[in-house]
Write a protein that binds this ligand. Sequence first.
Ligand SMILES: Nc1ncnc2c1ncn2[C@@H]1O[C@H](COP(=O)(O)OP(=O)(O)OP(=O)(O)O)[C@@H](O)[C@H]1O
Length: 328
Amino acid sequence: MTEQTSSPNGSVATGTPGEDVETKGTAGQDAQQQTAATPRPPVKKAPAKKAPAPKERDRTGLKTFKRRVPVGPRERPTVIVDNLHVTYKVYATGKAASGRNAEKKGLLARTPAIRRAREVHAVRGISFTAYEGDSIGLVGTNGSGKSTLCSAIAGLVPAAKGAVYSEANPTLLGVGAALMNELSGERNVILGGLALGMSLEEVRAKYDEIVEFSGLKPEFLDLPMRTYSQGMGARLRFAIAASVSHQVLMIDEALSVGDRQFQQRSESRIRDLREQAGTVFLVSHALPTITKTCNRVLWIDQGKLIMDGGVDEVITAYTESENAADDE
Ligand SMILES: Nc1ncnc2c1ncn2[C@@H]1O[C@H](COP(=O)(O)OP(=O)(O)OP(=O)(O)O)[C@@H](O)[C@H]1O
């Protein structure tokens, strides 16, 4: 289990609270496998080095820890969110009315703008544990903190307080996920695949599958992404991201812009990812999509976790609360 850090090279440290930190990576595994396959002459054993002390906090304000007790595959926690708080500092411009503009306040006053810092407390003490095989829907009204929570899990926004621990580097797939607008769809498939850690050969091998999944017509692949509709862009992003297995994949409204056929394909792909023992978070206002793809739902309101439970239970409570608010 790792704390999600935002290290520039994307590496992730693994650890358990109170124990020493280990770095998880394929390089180390490869080295181990190589050692097993090729016998080497005995070498003098170096005195055991003291393992480095755990990182207290990185610049995201998150800690690193190592799991102590091995647990069964389906009970393996993949993400632990512990009393997480996220705040944004925003600057609101105000107008100081003075002199001949004294009576002209607001938009008409031509006096210098005053920048006032205001804090938005977007996530307020959320705690939960996600397990392998979980597909977790995040529901809540606009501005309740769902996207912020996902960004914090992905290490894209720092925690003001609390921590996020993650088994792997969570991948966040949002409607604004970074592809290059000036490049063609084809180039973006290659770029996106490389960004997800595939080699060029792997991307080439998966290219046709990605394009087919996206449902984009071949003639569009030569065109720059800026000429694509929002739905077409979202389909390509999802197709690229879904072409690799993710231990933790977060999808933030990225499915809502595709057509019905694409949504069905995506829902089925999310179920596959889940079955491959990954963890999927799905932010969506489309409750039927959540019902079809998730086994668990978190209801967030005003930055707080209101309910964490089975799909029917949480969706029913959330819908009732929404209906009651509409009646008021
Ligand atoms: N970059 C930002 N800077 C300042 N405030 C932000 C920023 N992003 C979000 N917020 C604020 O944080 C709060 C939570 O926003 P967030 O986008 O996480 O909610 P959400 O539940 O995902 O909303 P929606 O369903 O509309 O996408 C809101 O009050 C929002 O105004």
